[in-house]
Design a protein around this ligand. Structure first.
Ligand SMILES: [Zn+2]
Length: 465
């Protein structure tokens, strides 16, 4: 049967009307979708797969340090609620996980690529499921917009440009950056401390996610305002130490709801399951008091002591032994050998080196007579280190040493430690084929005697190729 012969039938006209209606509603949907605030992840050195890899690495470390609630009922509820929301997140599809942390403070944080942690204080303080969903949606938005690795990328690029002492781990490979950033959770505030602009974006995308998942889109910002009001006068709530409060938060969320077409006709505010889980959490024994700062804060704590057992590291120009609980960061000729927690976040936001040894090769200029001498090359290296470390001083004049039978210079330096207070830096240099091979052992003043013994062992173990 040809199409033309059916044209007049009632059935066909009805079907045509349906098609028209569908077309109109599709048009309306796309108009609505087009007016919502368009967001996209910012510049990033990492791939999405590397976000996942990095998040897993940091999560492993985080879970050793965080007191997880480990309550199946609570975690499975969070996981279900979180996954429903994450299904509405745009861009890359990350493997989101949601876990409760046994901390009374009202806080939550997300790691790149999907791991999200919610302090029990959030469950206890939320009035309804929509408010909890708001916190989850906000965290999901940070992951989807890749705020953590965007910040890490910017910090790393900046660091490369400035040539921070020890901070540049000698390689521009993303793998090395991953290793460096994955070193420790406490050192990773670069992944967790967002800018106000990132917060603005997370509020807007969080609102869209809540809306699309059928929750009251006002709930997220209502919850933030509520916890802020409750803490009036008592310092900023925990949540805002890692999520700074953007200006005009309520206005922006309300504007976004308008752009989305106003409040959805029927939206979810609560569920019996939320109230049951909240009661359950409230009935659990209170979390143990800890002197530890909130998750993500930089804490000046010492790494575990250097292991007495040494292992061999094969550097391109030499072989050296180091404590087996230290790791090698970077690749090529400039590497850091450091314990977990040895690489930290300085107040400036840069990654800095607090404990361990740097091993590298410096290329000096010839002296005025066109010669290369150990003394002159060492002074050039010192001058170059001082450029990025204005507080660097010589604590003890250079003296001659032997390193694997070769003439070397040993100089004790002091500097401001990125952990506060002073640090000692033991610089040992050897001239080899017009290049200066250097060893720089770094430790804060209070721990230096312990580390000095390790540096001595390491220097004695050096064998040039
Ligand atoms: Zn945030």
């Amino acid at each position: 049967m040809s199409k033309r012969s059916q044209m007049g039938s009632l059935g066909q006209r009805w079907r045509a009307a349906t098609v028209l209606l569908v077309a109109v509603s599709l048009l309306l949907t796309s108009v609505a979708a087009a007016t919502r605030t368009a967001l996209k992840p910012g510049w990033n050195l990492f791939s999405e797969e590397q976000d996942i890899q990095l998040g897993r690495q940091v999560a492993q470390d985080a879970e050793r340090k965080l007191p997880l609630l480990n309550h199946t009922r609570v975690d499975s509820y969070l996981q279900r609620l979180g996954r429903n929301l994450a299904a509405k997140a745009p861009f890359y599809s990350y493997p989101y996980t949601f876990k409760a942390v046994n901390e009374a403070s009202i806080n939550a944080f997300a790691l790149p690529g999907g791991p999200i942690y919610i302090h029990r204080g959030v469950l206890e303080a939320a009035d309804n499921e929509a408010q909890l969903a708001g916190v989850l949606a906000h965290e999901i938005a940070h992951v989807a917009l890749r705020h953590g690795t965007n910040q890490a990328s910017k910090a790393y690029a900046w660091q490369l440009g400035l040539g921070l002492f020890g901070g540049v781990i000698g390689s521009d490979s993303v793998g090395a950056v991953l290793a460096q950033l994955g070193a420790g959770f406490a050192a990773n505030s670069v992944l967790l401390k967002y800018s106000r602009d990132a917060e603005r974006q997370a509020d807007v995308l969080g609102t869209q996610i809540l809306y699309d998942a059928g929750y009251d889109p006002r709930a997220m910002v209502q919850f933030f305002e509520k916890i802020e009001a409750e803490r009036k006068g008592g310092g900023p709530p925990e949540f805002f130490s890692s999520h700074p409060k953007p200006e005009n938060r309520i206005e922006r969320v309300n504007e976004e709801i308008e752009k989305l077409g106003g409040l959805p006709r029927s939206y979810r505010r609560d569920s019996p399951e939320f109230q049951e889980v909240k009661r359950l959490v409230l009935s659990l024994p209170p979390p143990p008091k800890r002197g530890q700062p909130a998750a993500g804060a930089t804490s000046p704590r010492s790494p575990e002591p250097p292991a007495s057992r040494l292992v061999t590291f094969e550097h391109p120009v030499l072989r050296i032994r180091h404590p087996e609980n230290w790791r090698v960061y970077g690749e090529g000729r400039d590497v850091a050998l450091a314990p977990d927690g040895g690489i930290v976040q300085a107040d400036s936001g840069q990654t800095a080196f607090a404990y361990g040894a740097l091993l590298g090769v410096f290329t000096p200029r010839p002296d005025r007579r066109g010669r290369y001498t150990l003394e002159d090359a060492t002074e050039q290296l010192y001058a170059s280190l001082r450029q990025s470390n204005p507080e660097l001083r010589i604590a003890r004049r250079a003296r001659s040493v032997r390193v694997d039978g070769r003439a070397g210079l040993s100089t004790l330096l002091e500097n401001a430690s990125p952990l506060g207070g002073r640090e000692y830096d033991w610089l040992v240099t050897v001239l080899r084929d017009r290049e200066l091979v250097y060893f720089l052992g770094v430790a804060p003043e209070r721990d230096y005697p312990q580390y000095e013994r390790v540096f001595e062992q390491m220097l004695a173990s050096i064998r040039f190729r």
